[in-house]
Write a protein that binds this ligand. Structure first.
Ligand code: MN
Ligand code: MN
Length: 456
């Protein structure tokens, strides 16, 4: 099999490895959508981007970002042509499957304190038990202040875990189907076992001790869980996988792997012909809904703000801008897995080392829920990729009727722009740790740069 590794000379190989180091750093510091926004803004500022605020006039080469509630982001490099003539847009999502802490989470049971949770996105629940979990997120208080929380990432930090039933007593459990070997309501995280000192015979002293710790360390009361967003995610850093270090294993490749590569390409865009855009969106894993999901008016509003700086704003200009745009909607694809070859149709499977994966369509059954990109647009994509010597594969997520998945592609396509699904193939999608090829990561980044520069 011919792969990207065959075409890399020693110098390029060095760049491939160096790029993956930057990506690993991003993953380690962007385990939640909020952290991904913060990290992306830090990188954008370094590249000369400014937040769009009170801007009266824009010119080609100007670089702006719009921050939506700290959970989604739109970044623009203004092109030489008017925005009305269309933008070249890269889009990816920055939320990942995880375990969210409920709003009334704490309870004590026989000297143990647990936190009740509700999982977010599609997970195999049994994969999230008996492993170290970190707590990331925010606690918003009634006085308007926000407390940032990150417990469990430093080596001497405490962690939490969701217990699993010992194999010795799992006779009944193991006869259940995989979907409910571990029940959703049983995903309770163990958070403490030491009681507060008390002279009286008080109830729930272990919980009291825990609340005392939260008060002391985070100035947080039990009621503050109501207005908190606390996410349990796998502890630890992304690691090189394989003795040849050709792959990366980490939490949340889906979809920060496309987010980082898209962002990296955008940050290098200088005075493009057509305005370059990168959209990093939240809530994809639960349907792209809400104010910070792809269906929000946020992106359109940002484009309207930019057009408004040209003077004589009218709605038609905004509609033209969207309609004349082209987009790579990037999300992870399912990589061929030798342990489970039966779920793929070999000619349409995505293989590690074959470069960026394009999906003309996604969806389930008869392409339901898919964007199914127009062939004319797909032809243009092929040309841009070939002209720039980018390695790519046209793939499908599994055999027909095996399952399927959706992306944000249709959301933007509904604005009547050309959109095609693109992205990087991963193994173990939605597991606590996912795997991707460094070669594919690098080719995706190259593909995004080529698209921003040459798509017209
Ligand atoms: Mn995804
Ligand atoms: Mn996903």
């Amino acid at each position: 099999m011919k792969t990207v590794w065959d075409k890399y000379d020693a110098k390029t190989l060095k760049s491939v490895m160096a790029f993956s180091e930057d990506y690993k750093d991003f993953l380690d510091n962007a385990k939640t959508e909020r952290e991904a926004v913060n990290k992306s803004i830090a990188l954008a500022k370094k590249a000369g981007f400014k937040e769009f605020k009170n801007v009266k006039k824009v010119k080609a080469g100007d670089k702006f970002y719009f921050n939506n509630r700290g959970k989604s982001l739109a970044l623009f490099v203004i092109g030489k042509k008017p925005i009305e003539e269309g933008m070249n847009i890269l889009g990816a999502h920055i939320d990942s499957p995880r375990i969210d802490v409920k709003q009334n989470p704490l309870y004590e049971d026989n000297g143990l304190v647990l936190m009740d949770t509700h999982y977010y996105g599609g997970i195999k629940k049994y994969q999230w038990t008996a492993r170290p979990l970190a707590i990331h997120g925010v606690v918003c208080k009634k006085d308007g202040t926000t407390i940032d929380i990150c417990i469990g990432e430093k080596e001497d930090d405490p962690i939490v875990e969701i217990s699993d039933l010992l194999i010795h007593l799992a006779k009944d459990q193991l006869t259940k189907p995989g979907s409910n070997v571990v029940e959703g309501e049983d995903l309770n995280a163990l958070a403490g076992s030491m009681p507060a000192k008390s002279k009286k015979d008080e109830k729930d002293l272990v919980k009291k001790n825990l609340l005392d710790i939260l008060k002391k360390d985070y100035d947080m009361d039990e009621d503050d869980f109501i207005s908190a967003e606390l996410e349990l995610v796998p502890c630890g850093k992304a690691r090189d996988l394989g003795l040849d270090r050709s792959m990366v294993m980490g939490y949340g490749h889906d979809d920060r792997i496309c987010a980082f590569t898209s962002l990296a390409a955008l940050l290098e865009s200088e005075k493009p012909e057509r305005t370059s855009v990168c959209i990093l969106t939240d809530k994809e894993e639960i349907g792209s809904i809400g104010s910070t999901g792809a269906q929000s008016a946020f992106f359109e509003n940002a484009v309207a703000e930019l057009i408004n700086t040209e003077g004589n704003y009218n709605d038609l200009k905004l509609r033209h801008a969207l309609e004349n745009s082209r987009m790579l909607s990037s999300d992870v694809s399912a990589a061929y897995d030798p342990n489970y070859p039966q779920v793929n149709e070999a000619k349409s499977a995505a293989y590690f080392g074959k470069g960026i994966s394009f999906n003309k369509f996604t969806g389930s059954r008869g392409k339901s829920g898919s964007n199914d990109a127009p062939a004319e647009f797909v032809a243009k994509i092929r040309k841009v990729m070939d002209d720039n010597d980018v390695s790519f594969q046209f793939t499908e997520l599994g055999r027909v009727d095996q399952g399927g998945g959706g992306t944000i592609a249709y959301v933007l396509a509904n604005k009547n722009m050309d959109v095609v699904d693109a992205g990087i193939a991963v193994q173990n999608m939605h597991a606590p740790y996912e795997t991707a090829s460094k070669g594919d990561i690098y080719e995706a980044y190259r593909a995004y740069k080529a698209f921003l520069k040459d798509m017209d």
